[in-house]
Design a protein around this ligand. Structure first.
Ligand code: AMP
Length: 542
């Protein structure tokens, strides 16, 4: 016997129409690449999304055709999210920090028909348009007046003219909720990038999950700054969960330096923000230098790579902001876990709470997880055993776009490539990316643990711990450090800082100072590059 509930597919078009109807005056504020601040409402965004849908119909784009974006976080990008997916096409966000040849490779692999770009990225488009064999229309996200006449790019239109010619009335199509809605390629640190293809259903379920109190607790009382880019895993789903909850949405454009982020937070009375640790490092440095405080910020979601415990402490003790440490990946839409304390932990002392908050948190309903040993046997949730982390759920990939990488699931579980422990309360702790693990004399050393300790040293701005080949132990840890401006610590002082904090054999053998650590297109430290750079490094005593 079936239930007698209305059978309504979960479609992305419903989100924007819901927001337009129930939160018509809810604000979307964008710092434009033009430099000024743009303000409008969900009602306006819905109307312009419908114009996008009409413009795509006029181009004759078919169901599931791909429309690419090379764009910062802004209102036009937001409209494309809804106009493209809502009308049955697939919004394909491309990371503009990739090399132009990689951008062209991805656009060709995805067979993008239209590519929409911020004027910042005109040089990339000029370099690749002739290599993109499937793109028939190029849309510059600007007014016609801002479009130079001599670009040489064929079929180039200005977005405002393109959608300005269309009606803001549109009948959103109704189709199978499992249809593809959005496409995002993984950073591709090994081999070619692979596409995670999100569906309408997975996107909406993810938005529900994300808004839960034990996830990021999003509501119509929040003003949310999405620092995490819309070109990487859909800004962690915030453009969708924002429309679902009717929160105020603040989009920072290209200005992600500490000063710009701080000023936007204050001007727009931001209560919640989300981004990778490197962005917050810039913000905290700026605030410290200027002696500033927050007037409205309550919490910040930090993920994408491990959030140093020292940062969690600084946010709370110096600025009264709770860090929600989160873990996920492109293949998971991206949310897997968020760290919120449980009732029994609220009464604990601060230090015990910090120990919990440094973990990546508990699974959001919709995601199940387990850790396994080398034989695939499940390991206990004792907070000690570490193993390969596997996940499953309705917003986790079942495979990659066009079958790249073949069969990726193991008995229905997706292997994340992360190594982790899980404690009896269900808190996940990532100890490493499996390829970053340091194997010393048959024992594993967690590079993240070592980096977290190093980051608490007052002279350290950034630290990466990598494996260096060793004749006796196979591998030993080397700590690569960027010192804070003007700080003077020596290698011996930094190594001394580890005393009593980890077992002696886990302390790095050496410290090297560098001016900067290479960051990838999504702001993660590129340890592979460092390993190559320091492969020949002679460790003391080796
Ligand atoms: P991406 O698909 O580019 O977002 O990368 C996902 C990977 O980033 C994960 O598999 C982890 O290795 C890493 N990652 C994400 N969040 C965290 C976190 N909070 N702590 C440690 N690693 C993280």
């Amino acid at each position: 016997m079936l239930g007698l509930m209305q059978d309504q597919p979960l479609l992305i078009s419903q989100l924007i129409e819901f927001a337009a109807r129930h939160h018509p005056d809810g604000a979307i504020v964008s710092r434009r690449v033009e430099g000024d601040i743009h303000r409008y409402t969900y009602r306006d965004a819905a109307a312009r999304s419908r114009r996008v849908a009409n413009a795509l119909d006029r181009l004759g784009l078919g169901f599931s055709d791909r429309v690419a974006t090379l764009a910062w976080n802004g209102y036009r990008h937001f409209e494309l999210y809804y106009g493209v997916s809502g009308s049955g096409r697939v919004v394909h966000t491309i990371n503009p920090r990739l090399a132009p040849d990689q951008v062209a490779w991805i656009a060709n692999h995805a067979e993008d028909k239209v590519l929409c770009f911020d004027m910042t990225f005109l040089p990339i488009v000029k370099a690749i348009w002739s290599k993109c064999t499937t793109v028939a229309t190029w849309v510059a996200l600007c007014d016609p007046a801002a479009l130079p006449g001599d670009t040489g790019i064929p079929n180039l239109v200005a977005y405002e003219a393109w959608i300005g010619a269309e009606s803001d009335r549109y009948e959103w199509p109704v189709f199978d909720e499992r249809s593809a809605a959005a496409l995002c390629y993984t950073s591709g640190t090994t081999g070619n990038p692979k596409g995670a293809l999100y569906s309408h259903r997975s996107t909406i379920l993810h938005a529900y999950g994300e808004a839960l109190p034990d996830a990021i607790s999003l509501s119509a009382r929040d003003s949310v700054l999405a620092v995490v880019p819309m070109f990487h895993v859909n800004a962690w789903g915030l453009p969708y969960s924002a429309a679902m909850t009717g929160c105020k949405l603040v989009l920072p454009g290209a200005s992600l330096d500490g000063k710009s982020v701080y000023e936007l937070m204050e001007a727009e009375k931001v209560t919640l923000s989300a981004g990778v640790p490197t962005v917050w490092l810039g913000l905290l440095t700026y605030m410290k230098q200027q002696g500033l405080t927050f007037s409205s910020m309550q919490r910040t979601v930090i993920g994408g790579s491990a959030c140093p415990p020292a940062m969690i402490r600084t946010f709370r003790e110096d600025y009264g902001v709770t860090v929600l440490h989160a873990w996920g990946m492109t293949e998971m839409s991206p949310l897997g876990t968020v760290c919120n304390l449980k009732l029994n932990q609220l009464a604990a002392d601060r230090e015990s709470q910090y120990a919990v908050m440094a973990k990546q948190g508990r699974a959001v309903y919709g995601v199940d997880m387990k850790i396994v040993d080398g034989n695939g046997e499940e390991l206990p949730w004792d907070g000690e055993s570490t193993g390969d982390l596997l996940v499953k759920g309705p917003w986790v990939v079942s495979g990659y776009f066009k079958g790249e990488g073949g069969q990726v699931l193991r008995d229905g579980w997706f292997p994340t490539g992360d190594v982790a422990s899980i404690d009896p309360d269900g808190f996940l702790q990532i100890t490493d990316r499996s390829k970053d693990v340091i194997k010393s004399g048959g024992e594993w050393i967690s590079s993240i643990d070592i980096e977290n300790i190093a980051m608490a040293h007052p002279a350290v701005a950034m630290a990466a711990c990598i494996a260096v080949p060793h004749p006796k132990w196979d591998e030993r840890p080397l700590l690569v450090v960027v010192r804070k401006p003007g700080a003077e610590a020596t290698p011996a002082e930094i190594l001394g800082f580890f005393e009593g904090k980890v077992a002696k054999w886990q302390v790095p053998d050496d410290v090297v100072f560098v001016d900067s650590i290479p960051l990838g297109a999504t702001g993660k430290m590129q340890k592979m590059k460092l390993r190559e750079q320091f492969r020949e490094h002679r460790l003391p005593g080796a």
